[in-house]
Design a protein around this ligand. Sequence first.
Ligand code: ADP
Length: 491
Amino acid sequence: MSLSRRLTLTVVLASLVTALVLGLGALLSTRALFDRYVQQTASGRQQMLAQTLAGYYAERGNWQGVEQVLNGLPVGGSRPGMMGGGWGRMGSGGMGPPVGGAGASNAGPAVWALLDSDGRPVAASPQTPLDPGTGLPAGLARPVDMPIESGGRVVGHLLLSGELSSVLDALEAAFRRSLLGWLLVTGLVALGVGALAGWFASAGMRRRATALATAAAAVGSREFSARVPDEGDDELGLVARSFNRMAGDLQRSEQARRNQLADVAHELRTPLAVLRGQLELLEDGVIEPEPATFRSLQDDALRLSRLVADLEQLSLAEAGRLTLHWRTFSPAEWLAQEIETFRSAAAEAGIDLSAAVAGALPSDAQGDPDRLGQVVANLLANALRHTAAGGAVTVAAGANEGGWGFTVRDTGEGIAAGDLPHIFDRFYRVPQAGEAPAGAAAAERRRGSGLGLAIVKGLVQAHGGRVWVESSPGKGSAFYVWLPLQRPQMG
Ligand code: ADP
């Protein structure tokens, strides 16, 4: 069943149940009130009747001729089911001695009998045959016995047929019928209003859910630009926002995947083009097959295989599948060795390379020194490349609780604030001043693939460590690496 149909049905049911409960409550409470009202009216009338008869007896001292009076009085009522007549109507009309035929004219014959103080019948309703055994009217079953008192003693009993209950029953039945009629009308109205309200309430929800389903289907078929309108603070709005976020992430990662493929193709194209061009020149005899030519060819081939190796290493590191040969080593010794390998390059570039390895470094640390060596190498190579002759590159190291680290600081060109958040991204290269837009200079001299820092980050993270940078353009940069002392329990 659809969501909107279920919602409409719920609203309809809720309206119906409310209408029914309210109706039943009204029925029950009104019935109790109604019963009490009729009972009170009836007993009031009975007392007044008893007083009239007592007055009659007090005047005469006997019951002779009382049937004349009684026939004129509304002692009886209508037949059961006659609403508005009988006791009910007498109640509202008040009790005036003889009200004449007001009750008798439209009421059926009332059954009554008047007994004297000894229990002998002295008068009875004329229209009903007498029971030969009791001498009382035949229909006087379950009578209401109303003692008549005069002068402090009981002088007679007026027996009235138990019509009161049947009148009440009839009135109540009629009342209930009318209330049930109203209940039916109210129920139908509740049904209509509920259906309309449910339909309106679910219309917006239905529209938004359909939009979500359509967008989800679009994303499923790789249309990552699909979005849903972000309306409302309700749960559907929350789902819509989460969906849009998810679609945005998917779109970005799809874009990144495409960019990577394009970047890899681009990175490979340049050295391959150079290689192919040189081979063609060699074939055409334009250049001589001498050792310098072969060295240049080999350089290009080397650069290509380094790029492929970098890519492989990066993809392994990012997938968490890099094999690290963990062992215990002394960071101070290790760092001194790594720096040593760059001494001649620094001297060649006219840069002062110094180390400030603190004695406070722990003697034992766990890690893969070869992989970490590549971290230092990439950072030092970058520092030397981006620092002009006469500048300085300093490596400092230290330890803190649970870890140790080192900093490669240079007095070079620095990195602009806009580039800082991206320099650890793969293939990200800070455009050099005067450089043509990326991609336009296919034949430019290769100066770095933009993979160095991405590999640094991948290797440091594989060790459970962190790397970050601080830099001021024109003043220099500092790359910080922090590593845990112990091999972390990962995954
Ligand atoms: P590449 O191998 O091309 O140098 P990296 O990932 O190592 O790529 O560096 C990314 C970018 O960060 C480079 O384009 C470079 O401009 C910049 N960069 C890296 N290290 C430094 C540094 N010490 N000083 C200034 N810029 C740097």
